[in-house]
Design a protein around this ligand. Structure first.
Ligand code: 13P
Ligand code: SF4
Length: 339
């Protein structure tokens, strides 16, 4: 079997959509064309979520105005662990579709709402369940390790799920030696380089946002900020990762920057992390590795989307087949058990 089993998946196009936080929101829904400030909309959301027993979960790539009204903000791993213990009847997930599906898998009795129905993760849809099942069986029943950035359907043929913060740890703990890691070739390469004694096969999937960053952008950023530490997400290509002072998940990068003695950092992940770090550590300086590191799917959710979810007029209620949920949940449960 070749090291890279197939090449039919490419990263896709990169579109940028900068978050613009304006002072006024115009809501024309239901005949309400009154101008509202961000604070007024936030207060309405806070009132409705209390009244209707709603919990708002937000991935750390969301805009500041959404992070401020969320009950819990975290990376993919932290959000899935949190989803298990949320007491509320309704959960609004401000993030992308696979995250809302993960919450539904872990809390099937809750009403789970994806804040903006168009917010998907391109990487999650790069492989079909049947092709992975075929590759798995054709190669002597490989142990399929899937990144959490996959559809629920795809998870039904996977053995264990991982996130960027738990991938190395979990693969190290597996008894199985022959592994197929999907879909991210870059996270997979990072795992391969940090785990000994396993035969890890990779496919050509990946994140269009992180994988678009080139080594020359790294060299340029380092030349502009010679004293800054470079912190990158493992979804970046190996030519970028090799220059990093720290490689880790979204939360890992934030923790490193907050606790480090250094004063300056080049951040190799989504722009929201630069903003949040600059907000939380005003005495330190944070520079984006590239202005292209903006995930338009993560930025699809607006504050008005969240308000409409709370009112019951927006978002998408996640519905998954019982049988599919049961099968897909196994690899998530194994992730939580090993993570
Ligand atoms: P983490 O939240 O695991 O760092 O992943 C980043 C990401 O790209 C989420 O889609
Ligand atoms: Fe998917 Fe990449 Fe966006 Fe994360 S940053 S949601 S992996 S496209």
């Amino acid at each position: 079997m070749s090291e890279f089993l197939t090449t039919h998946c490419i990263y896709g196009t990169i579109n940028t959509c900068p978050t613009i936080t304006v002072g006024i929101i115009y809501s024309h829904r239901n005949g309400d064309n009154m101008a509202k400030t961000i604070l007024e909309v936030q207060n309405e959301i806070l009132r409705l979520k209390k009244e209707k027993d709603i919990c708002i979960l937000a991935h750390s790539y969301q805009g500041r105005e959404i992070i401020e009204i969320a009950d819990f903000v975290g990376d993919s791993y932290a959000l899935s662990v949190k989803a298990k213990s949320v007491p509320n009847k309704t959960v609004i997930m401000c993030g992308v579709r696979f995250m809302a599906e993960t919450v539904k898998l872990l809390s099937p009795d809750k009403t789970v709402i994806l804040s903006n129905k168009n917010a998907g993760c391109p990487m999650a849809e790069q492989f079909e369940k049947d092709e992975i099942d075929y590759i798995k069986k054709k190669n002597g029943n490989l142990c399929v390790v899937c990144y959490i950035n996959t559809t629920t359907e795809l998870k039904t043929v996977c053995d264990v799920c991982v996130t960027s913060s738990s991938a190395v740890k979990i693969v190290n703990k597996l008894d199985e030696e022959n592994i197929l890691f999907i879909p991210d070739i870059n996270l997979g390469t990072y795992v391969k380089n940090n785990v000994k004694g396993k035969n890890i096969q990779l496919l050509h999937g990946g994140c269009p946002v992180h994988a678009s960053i080139t080594e020359s952008e790294v060299l340029k950023a380092k030349a502009e900020h010679p004293n800054a530490k470079l912190l990158v997400h493992p979804e970046c290509v190996p030519e970028v990762v090799k220059h990093a002072d720290y490689v880790g998940s979204t939360s890992g990068i934030m923790d490193f920057a907050k606790t480090s003695d250094a004063d300056e950092f080049i951040i190799g992940t989504e722009q929201a992390i630069v903003e949040t770090l600059q907000f939380e550590c005003p005495d330190k300086s944070f520079y984006p590795l590239s202005v292209n590191m903006i995930c338009r799917n993560m930025k699809a959710t607006t504050l008005v989307d969240v308000l409409n979810c709370c009112k019951g007029t927006g978002g998408e209620v996640i519905e998954l087949e019982e049988k599919t949920m049961k099968k897909a949940r196994k690899c998530i449960d194994r992730m939580i058990e090993l993570g």
